[in-house]
Ligand binder design. Sequence first.
Ligand code: SF4
Ligand code: SF4
Length: 228
Amino acid sequence: MSPCDQCHAGCCRSFAVPVTGADIFRIQANTHLGFWDFVCRWADPDGSIALQHAPQFRFSDEPDTPFVICLLTDDSQTVPGTGKCRFLAETKATPDKPFGTASCSIHTSRPGACRAFPAKMTPEGDLAILYDIPASGRPGSHPVYSLCPRPWTPADIDPITQVQDLVVATYEMKFFHHLAGIWNDQPGPWELFPDFLEIVYSNRVRPANEALSQIEAASGPEIEARVA
Ligand code: SF4
Ligand code: SF4
């Protein structure tokens, strides 16, 4: 039995969830929601959202603020005054479950960061290791932000599918860092960011004789034209 079974999902309530372009297009395809329905930018001046994992983007409409691209949040229906991921589906509180239970409404298309949690790759990329998860995602705040009811063990992680998910999530975030480098060279306004992603990801499959680096060359003029 996973620690997540019957949990109120404090993780999906506590943390800003960084997304990559791949996450965004997968969720769009599977939910038919638009970019602005579920994506936001979170100001991250101290790096506490990026955590040296997600890239920070700059935008010309607020050039002094680094942002991380994340899922939108909304208000909890079962625990008034608290927040949650906009995709978290809650059940009503019961006497034995004061915060109810909760599940991801986009489980099959959830972001790589959610698939990977609570594991990460070693720096060498050859093994998965578990995070040391704190008691609360927001210490000193509401108890609904408490995290896993018991510690995770390696036996809780599927060594095939979950490690594969982790490898893909790590790769996609690395690619997103590459895109941040391109965007931040000449930042446009936030409102044009979806267009930038569309250009880059629609050019992601190339003829056999073209290298990945040519995405930048191919998309650069179009991006500049849109931002100008
Ligand atoms: S808080 Fe821990 S146990 Fe609960 S849903 Fe999140 S990862 Fe699973
Ligand atoms: S997308 Fe799903 S798994 Fe990820 S934070 Fe939201 S509800 Fe939780």
